[in-house]
Ligand binder design. Sequence first.
Ligand code: ADP
Length: 590
Amino acid sequence: MENGRIVRVNGPLVVADNMKNAQMYEVVEVGEMRLVGEITRIEGDRAFIQVYEDTSGIKPGETVYRTGAPLSAELGPGMLGQIFDGLERPLGRIAELINNPFVARGVKVPSLDRQKKWHFVPRIKKGDKLSPGDIIGTVQETGLIEHRILVPPNKHGTVKEVVKEGDYTVEETIAVLDMEGDEVPLTMMQKWPVRIPRPFKEKLEPSEPLLTGVRVLDTIFPLAKGGTAAIPGPFGAGKTVTLQSLAKWSSAKIIIYVGCGERGNEMTDELRAFPTLKDPWTGRPLLERTILVANTSNMPVAAREASIYVGVTLGEYFRDQGYDVLVVADSTTRWAEALRDLGGRMEEMPAEEGFPSYLASRLAEYYERAGKVRTIGSDERHGSVTLASAVSPPGGDFTEPVTSNTLRFVRVFWPLDVNLARARHFPAVNWIQGFSSYVDLVAKWWTTNVDPDWKTMRDFMVKTLIREDELKQIVRLVGPESLAEKDKLALEEARIIKEAFLKQNAYDEIDAFASPQKQARMMRLIYLYHQLAQPLVEKGITVKQITEKITVVSDIIRSKASIKNDELQKFDELEKTLKSQFEQLSKQGA
Ligand code: ADP
């Protein structure tokens, strides 16, 4: 492979000639500092290179070194609990190397530690015929995660040799396959080009909820394992808190948190907080199941562009092992802005608001990588990648290109509303604008595992909230006097739904995480209130009388922060009081 020569440098974009036979998306090393870059356009013998490191000081005439390989992620034991930059370079070890929290230019550090030994337990024997995706053996990587070492997607064959159980590095050969006469050594590490989705056998319809412990997300607009969600919201509406709730509490087995924003430093604060957090499902440290991909603020935009592909590739790799993975991206707006910046430098024709015309197709391709799948491999394994992304529309305008295009490709929409946030209604998810197309798909899980009336109760709450919205408009036009008693009851029920159920304090030890069982018990109380109040109103009892006499409502509202997930029997008491207060009122009324 002949080397190229730089002819032009424009920020993160470098143009080189003498690049005949270069491949799209080939990785190159630019200039004498050997900065990492990727070819994003080829014209004759000229290549346009997007460079992932600061190009200042790089001059025309310097060499561009070809690698012949696409931008790839290293996959294997040693990723969990790590913090990587947008090119999957481990920030921890780079800092040790150069004694600086930021990545120095041109520093080459492998993603996976080459010295560390992992305890490998083989699951195969000599003579076994292996297909792509078959499990060769396992490494108990952390207390939470058994890392399954798989035959890479492009390899297969008969086992000629396999090592004994023992400690090996990611570079040592653990097995040798005879692949149609060729000897193929396998290690615990594989590489995969990040822009190409990893293969699977079949996509399945998502049917299991991805629980988050946040009531408005789980019950009103549920997300499914293998699904897609967007969280748009203006500054201060609670995006970061919501994404962190997802990362901390969600029922996915593996969490990959991609911070592709300008808030590199903020992210590091969060990262420092992470090691102290515990997984609510198992009580183990959260880091044992988490990987962080963080662009530090001194990295150029191009690294942001790459980071979400690195994140989703790591996700697919754990999916292939049979795990449920959640990839959180914060935020795809910053990612799209990187795309716009690079497109501009390449002098492409801009489309809407300066974004490149391929913005929509890039977003579609990204969300297409979500899914619940039957994985490759001879045994029947299911895994999923769920994609949840923040969007930060300037001025909170949801019609701008990134938000409106994202809406076309996601199936859950959790819009954060600045007015709700100002009124201290958190999580500030707007219940009128939000949607989830997984409600019917996950209903079966809820009705089988938690409460047979889940769907009925959930629909009652949504209907009541929509009715409240309509009634508020009527009140605005003609005043509250015009409302019928049954409408006033709907307003009171909506108030209880908001106060008792939707509002949830992420900083309250008890309230921060509501188990599905707790959510159902709370919903049951609210529904019971409706079932008891409605016939009384029909009999002529006023809503004013009801609100005066049914004093237990304030306890119901408080129950979210007073009743723990493991003391749900306390809801029996509230139910009893609610019933007896209504009975009394009914007698008095009669
Ligand atoms: P954004 O990332 O959208 O700019 P943040 O996530 O930082 O906004 O939220 C801003 C503030 O709103 C937080 O500092 C916190 O005080 C409050 N907040 C957001 N969500 C919640 C929540 N679920 N519970 C309690 N407070 C919240």
